[in-house]
Every structure is written in C-alpha cells, then in structure tokens.
Design a protein around this ligand. Structure first.
Ligand code: GDP
Length: 140
C-alpha cells in the first residue's frame, strides 16, 4: 500500500487538558509519522474558512467558537493509507459511538469537543495541509 499524507488537528478540548502527547502517541502507535506540527491559536477567519463545508449546518457557529476557544496543534501525518489509518484510530465523530481503543473513545468530551480532526479523503487532505503549511515546513 502507498505511503500517503493526511492532515490532523488536536482540538482545544485536548490541548486544554494537556493531552497533546497522549493523542500523538495514539497516532504514532497506529503507524502514523508526524512530519509537520505546530501549535497555533486559530483565528475566527481561519476556523470559518477551514470548516466552510459545514457553513449551513446548525452547529457551525458553535463549532467555530469551539475551535477558537484555545490553542490547537495542526499536524501532517504520513503512513501507509494515512487517511483511513487516521480515521480508524480517531473513532466515530460522536464518542458515544466510538470503538474501544480509539482517540475519541478514550479522550473526547462530546460530539463537538471530540479531541481530533482528520481529513476524510486524500483530496481534502491535500487542501487542508496547504491551508496551514508551506511545503518547507513538512519534513518527511
Ligand atoms: P468528523 O469528520 O468526524 O470530524 O465529523 P464532521 O465532518 O461530520 O463534523 C466536523 C466537526 O463538527 C466534528 O468533528 C465535531 O467537532 C463537530 N460536530 C459534528 N456534528 C456535530 C453536532 O451535531 N453538534 C455539534 N455541536 N458539533 C458537531
């Protein structure tokens, strides 16, 4: 299987509880390599742009408020079939539905404050990586 890249965010609920390392260990244990990482305070403009696909959803405003409520860690992850591998270790959006051993089962607080974002396709991964990183910041 091909080595590919995906984009991840450790969300404010996780950075607030000092879980950056614990979440990253789960990613690494799942066979993903962190090839870029930075801790940032997202601006409202960035959060609205990043989640523009959800603009019409009723929870859009709350989601943007949540994503700017504290620092996040944006990451590029590399591994075999990275998008699926990351989605598998993240677990279901709603932690109540997430499988044992997944990040969201172990750490998420709610369907909104669910600790991690992960791209859902290779195409979106490329767009999302470019949203936050220059090529020179990614060292595989
Ligand atoms: P994901 O790909 O598993 O992150 O899920 P989605 O793309 O469907 O949703 C994006 C993000 O919006 C989720 O990770 C949650 O943080 C948030 N979200 C999803 N569904 C809900 C909801 O019903 N209510 C609220 N408040 N937030 C939600």
């Amino acid at each position: 299987m091909a080595v590919t890249r995906t984009f991840s965010i450790i969300k404010p609920d996780a950075t607030r509880r000092n879980l950056t390392g614990a979440v990253t260990k789960k990613l690494e244990d799942a066979g993903l390599r962190v090839v870029a990482s930075k801790r940032i305070q997202m601006t409202r403009e960035q959060a609205e742009g990043f989640y523009a696909v959800h603009k019409e959803r009723p929870f859009f405003g709350e989601l943007v408020d949540f994503m700017v409520s504290g620092p996040v860690v944006v990451q590029v992850l590399e591994g075999e079939d990275a998008v699926k591998r990351n989605r598998d270790v993240m677990g279901a959006t709603n932690p109540a539905d997430a499988e044992e051993g997944t990040i969201r089962k172990e750490f998420a607080e709610s369907i909104e404050a669910n600790s991690v974002h992960g791209s859902d396709s290779e195409e979106n991964a490329a767009t999302e990586i470019a949203f936050f990183f220059d090529d020179s910041e990614i060292v595989g």
